[in-house]
Design a protein around this ligand. Sequence first.
Ligand code: UD1
Length: 345
Amino acid sequence: MKEKVLVTGGTGFIGSHTAVELQQEGFEVIIVDNFTNSEPFVAGRIEAITGIKPIVEPFDMCDAARLDELFVRHRGISAAIHFAALKSVGESVLKPLEYYRNNIISLLNLMASMKSHKCNALVFSSSCTVYGQPDRLPVTESDPVRPAISPYGNTKQICEEIIADTAMAQPGSLNAISLRYFNPIGAHPSALIGELPRGVPENLVPYITQTAIGLRSELSIYGNDYNTPDGTAIRDYLHVVDLAKAHVTALKRLLYGINKTQYEVFNLGTGKGVSVLEAITSFERVSGIKLPYRIAPRREGDIEKIWADPSLANRELAWKTVSSLDDAMLTAWNWEKELRKKTGK
Ligand code: UD1
């Protein structure tokens, strides 16, 4: 019988790519999503890629009763991957209560139901935002977590702490892994799933592809006076399919009991820093499009540079990124073109 995995936020950007990889690895996927930041059609796209329709339960993870009832109906869920969360840094500053309520209550509900139903493997979607601006680079998992500059970032820190405390408190009853993502970009090579930003994108790559397709007039580069080789900020961009595969590996680690402690943390990145200008050049190279851009002031809350030391994940999860920046840009561009063909927008 197939192992059942609950994927919260499974129709979102990273969740949908992970659902695909899980199904391709023989897991039965049960998705919970309230479609706050995703679309119901994504489930059909997952089916189109894998040939298997994932089970989709359309409700809000803040609804504890419905979540618990799901665990009863789908008896034997052996693990959960928790993506469901609000994720806009800027919006979180304006609506902190919504962010704390949604991101923390969802996790608490999930962990309570997991406990009652003896589901003891949890993979959590965390972020490199927990490091703030590190003193030295690349950043490793043992580098300090710094006070968050946004409520969004704070929810990631708080959730990590809740999971760590719970896993350490009751040996055997919960094994968990937090995956600290650097900057996930790109889309599935089928161009059937990808990032679906609501309104004006905040993140760099969807803004680039929307500008290239003519939806936005120009890209603003937020600052060219950073202390970096070309003056623009540096991030570690990784392909979302590589990232999705790391979730399957982390999950198997927990299910096979090969984790070293009840709670583990892994950086997921390429280990290579890329500037905003280098990212633009990569996009221009693979798309053949000259991108209109201008230099704008720095964006509040942005850090200067960060990239991962992914060696722990390379070693312990036997995982590393395989796609290049160009691959990621090309798949993001193909996804954008497919999307506009269909919506006509
Ligand atoms: C941010 C968050 C991260 C979160 C992620 C997902 C921080 C420090 N990072 O990543 O935790 O998980 O969003 O939403 O809070 N840029 C431009 N022009 C644009 C857009 C972006 O120049 O129109 C630049 C930014 O200044 C930055 C880089 O591109 O240097 C990447 O930005 P973005 O894609 O928004 O990701 P982060 O801010 O790194």
